[in-house]
Design a protein around this ligand. Sequence first.
Ligand code: NDP
Length: 625
Amino acid sequence: MKATNFDFDPDALGRKYQEERDKRVRVDGNDQYQEVTGEFAYFVEDPYIAKELQRDAIREEVEVVIIGGGFGGMLAAARLREVGIDDFKIIEKGGDFGGTWYWNRYPGASCDIESYVYFPLLEKTGFVPKQKYTNASETLEYCDVIAKQYKLHDSALLQTEVTATDWDETLGRWIVSTNRQDTIKARYVVHSNGPLNRPKLPAIKGISDFKGHTFHTSRWDYDYTGGNAFGGLVGLKNKRVAVIGTGATAVQCVPHLGASAEHLYVFQRTPSSIDERNNTPTDPNWMKTQTEGWQNERRRNFESIMSGAPVKEDLVSDGWTDAFRLLFGNLKDKAPSKLRVAMWALTSVVSGERYKVGFRQYLTNKVTDFMDLARSMELADYEKMEGVRARADRLVNDEKTAEALKPYYRQFCKRPCFHDEYLPTFNLSNVTLVNTDGKGVDQITSEGIVFEGKEYKVDCIIFATGFEVGTDYSRRAGYQVNGVKGKSISEKWADGLSTFHGMHTRGFPNAFFFGPAQSAFTATYTYSLDEQSVHLAHILTVAAKKGANRIEASDAAEKKWVQTIIQKARLTADFQQKCTPGYYNNEGKVNAKPQNNTYGGGPIEFFALMKKWRSNDNLKGLELR
Ligand code: NDP
């Protein structure tokens, strides 16, 4: 395909993307970050508990232990209650339910996925979110609504951290130990510890020399900053503040910091892609007129569009679906242009629906060969990102700053952001963007941050540097899982993940793993957690009917599933390889372990596969005793 009729030079852009990527790739990959242990352990202390719980250690036996009181753990409990399994304990290290939303209360924290699809169980609770895009406070409030409705507090051990889970073959039970010296025996254990739960810090030279105040965004210190999740950070009035990192979290809190701090320095390594937000209040009448099953239909519709699957209409209609729908032309009543087709194919690759969808349209439009298609996809992405970059020019007054805020990579290389106040914040006279141009800061001193020989003296450093993703499972979980004959999950997965449906792994009977690994990846993360919860409830119901109390993936079924994951992962390798590094592409070390991927067929295909698997009571692939 000839690159004609564009307002940009695609070849020059291609070279620019490559240069921007190359200068960011580091040999140390995930090792550039350090664990928040030892002298950094204070970064993960809970600043939100009003009073530390005092209680005696517990010795107990239950049917199910659920580790994690975030949406995953809450949904698992709710779905178990629905099928009549009430003998469970939820163990949560935080002071209450909420998981991600318990920890991430930074000013401006909000969910960039529409609340009507993001909040699970809306039809059961009757809750009406106030706005199309909710915020952290309302999300926590909603967690409490779910907890109350399903009486989860009665079955919870809060402020309690699991330290180990050990399988006892003789007893046929898991022994769950905690930091409060509890010993709980459980027939089943659900591991729902959250994929982005462990904050990470960059291993910047001198990081421990800093004498000022410091914290991670997921443990916001309101005692220091004043204000709350809606802003008003009066404690920063006379403070010079630095933020390290410019990902989705920083994009939401920087406007509040800019509004309150005496001076704010934003240290940027790679800019995020920032499109418009346009939040709107909920029309309560609209909510009332929805008929039964509306929420499932809506979240399915949303994820279908995100997967490039055809739908009759776009129910959510927002920045996410616009990007996919308008550019990919996947509404049935629209004849897709070549550009849309190309973009559709691109996101199909990104989101997992892959080439099969792209190819359908590819043939329809008689694009001549595969190279043409790949080129078309690239051009369409350039065009979309030119729009995002033009937005920076429109909203940021200073030309040099605007240029530095422009992302030069394909849109889905990193999580796209939608925000109306972030870019204009850089017009404030008390806000400085320190663009490290891919390098990151050089050093932290007792008084501030050094980049290219200049020291920026600050009173406070806020790390908006994200969470561990590519590290060992037990390190992220915070506890080890020891299965049959004491073999640990770290040993089992040392050379890569190995599961059946992402949920079971041989050698770890009666353990259920929640999360996207070798399972579905959805933009609406609560959707896949809910599907996993329904799946769990089904398996435990069938096992009870059959009188089984030991459930384990068969060797053959697990090997076959791993092969499925690997085969499908190959298709995205090229795209990810060209992306600027980040946790989406294992910090640039793509496919080092191709089995460490989500299900490549996309979530809608995965959910259908699981539904079919559940349609009879065979539990094929699981050995029951
Ligand atoms: P990210 O991992 O997305 O961002 C971390 C940031 O820190 C990046 O900008 C990174 O730069 C930067 N960084 C790391 N090391 C250094 C260094 N040495 N010097 C300077 N900068 C550095 O974490 P976030 O907390 O922003 O977001 C994590 C995820 O949480 C999101 O991707 C999203 O999935 C979720 N989230 C969801 C929200 C929602 O609305 N639903 C809102 C907020 C977060 P570089 O890019 O160069 O690596």
